[in-house]
Design a protein around this ligand. Sequence first.
Ligand code: C5P
Length: 235
Amino acid sequence: MIESPVIVALDYAEVAPALELVRHLDPNACRVKVGKELFTAAGPALIEELHDRGFQVFLDLKFHDIPNTVAAALRSAAGLGVWMVNVHASGGRRMLDASMRALDGVAHRPLLIGVTILTSMDAEDFAELAYRDSLEEQVQRLALMSQDCGLDGVVCSAREAPRLRELCGEGFSLVTPGIRPAGAASDDQRRVVTPADAMRDGASYLVIGRPITQADNPAAALAAINASLGIGASS
Ligand code: C5P
């Protein structure tokens, strides 16, 4: 049982630097996230290597396609033994239902997380899509639909977490990126929240990349974040 909510984003183009980074991390003190860039370059062999090193893996491929295709992709992902996978909730109810059915009965079912509205979109980007609701309402609508279809949670900004926690209740996972320890550079994230504030606001898991991956001492950076959450070194 990993007490830390931290998921370290392995945002690398190649295997070597990703494995060099995880060499410094304790699989009991965090989980790791492999996204489109690294998975496209490195494939299932990397996932196997991370598992061999004891890490639980969030495979962040954000599937969005016709229900049959997404279901098949999820079965492949589950076959890799990953801990968490995700799909775009805007793929619609039939796609979400098919996603859940695809994972039904698999030996170690990964947590299935919905992506609502990409937090990279601002009000102007969103207006161009001409949805009926406001951006906030659309996020809430997609989170509720994800929950209704049986998904385990959604990705959201920490800013959205309090409202979604209230709406979806306990037990629904809120996975939040855009996290920066107090005093850290915000990089290209425009709205950042500290780990402790995000947890206080209802986050379940914190996706953190550069504050750990670019740190002079990644293990120490992770330990400091965990300590700020009251989590000890190897708990
Ligand atoms: O380095 P940083 O902590 O900003 O990395 C955050 C990670 O979370 C990256 O992998 C990024 O793609 C991902 N992410 C994000 N904002 C979202 C969704 C995912 O930053 N809305």
